[in-house]
Design a binder for this molecule. Sequence first.
Ligand code: UT7
Length: 326
Amino acid sequence: MTPFPVTVRGLGLGLPAGVVTNDDLAKTLDTNDEWISARTGIRSRRVLEDDKALSHIAILAGKEALEESGVDPNDIHLTIVATVTPDTFMPATACRVAAALGCHQSGALDLNIACSGFLYAFITACAQIKSGLAQNVLVIGGDTLSRITNWEDRRTAVLFGDGAGAAVLSAGGPGELLGYDYGAKGHLSEALQITAGPSRPSDNPTDYKTQMDGRAVFRFATAAMVDSSRRSLAMAQLPLDKVDLVVPHQANLRIIESAAKKWGLPMEKVCVNLDKYGNVSAGSIPIALAEAKKEGRIKPGHHILLAGFGGGLSWGSVVLKWGNLC
Ligand code: UT7
């Protein structure tokens, strides 16, 4: 692919204040810090207050990204909120978020492909920009997985958290989209699903909560993330040793370490923050990206690989050359 000029001008974080540690969970669940830490790397997660919804943290993240970008909210042409936990099914959460942020000239849509959501939204934003339909796109990935977790199921309850991250993408350099890849294998969807929904109602409340075959998702995850990255890097014509930083989906430290081994990259080049936040689904990659930027781990000219997987079962990856605008 010919490198396409698109620049991330601003990044933002929206994190709930409430922290729930592994020890907190062990008070009500048959689990313990040792098991959770050893099997997942997670030590705590954030949980949103009961009286707030996804839009609250999506707006926090979007506001920070807009401020950092210097882009006038009225110059945002599209707002995408990637999430599996919208405030409501109507309106789209993106409509509430765009209105609250003053993005009054912006189209607004929610995008649901679970944990791969931010990557799909990022690629969609680039397509809008490349087609000339948009100059600036606000991409937010966020989830309140605490709302769709069965807190009595120790196999899933220890994994998930709430949070949002945002990026403002603008047409033109100095940044570049070098490669991308996404896909889904719907025939594997039962490994990670919620069986009830608006057009498939159920009398059983747990049908509205996340159900997962952890081992099946684990097997899928590493291969999907690594294979997708290879396709993106091939499109970018970039060898792995030229990647400066990888921002992977934060589901399980063992999955990330196994992927790093297959990539042949040292863990110093791989972002990990799941110890603090657990798996935040569509929020996981933008939160890790924004934190890496704040920590000074991303410099102008760096080659950044974003890679993830999730419900669908789905995957995605993006290779960027980082611009120097934010
Ligand atoms: O965004 C995508 C979302 N999901 C994922 O990425 C999840 C991918 N899968 C995983 O991360 C791992 O499979 C898990 C962390 C979910 C589970 O780890 P595992 O090493 O695959 O454990 P397991 O499911 O094989 O369970 C091992 C044992 C079982 O006990 P028995 O049958 O050996 O006696 C489980 O009942 O651990 C038990 N167990 C627990 N024990 C304490 C399962 N959950 C817990 C728990 N605390 N929370």
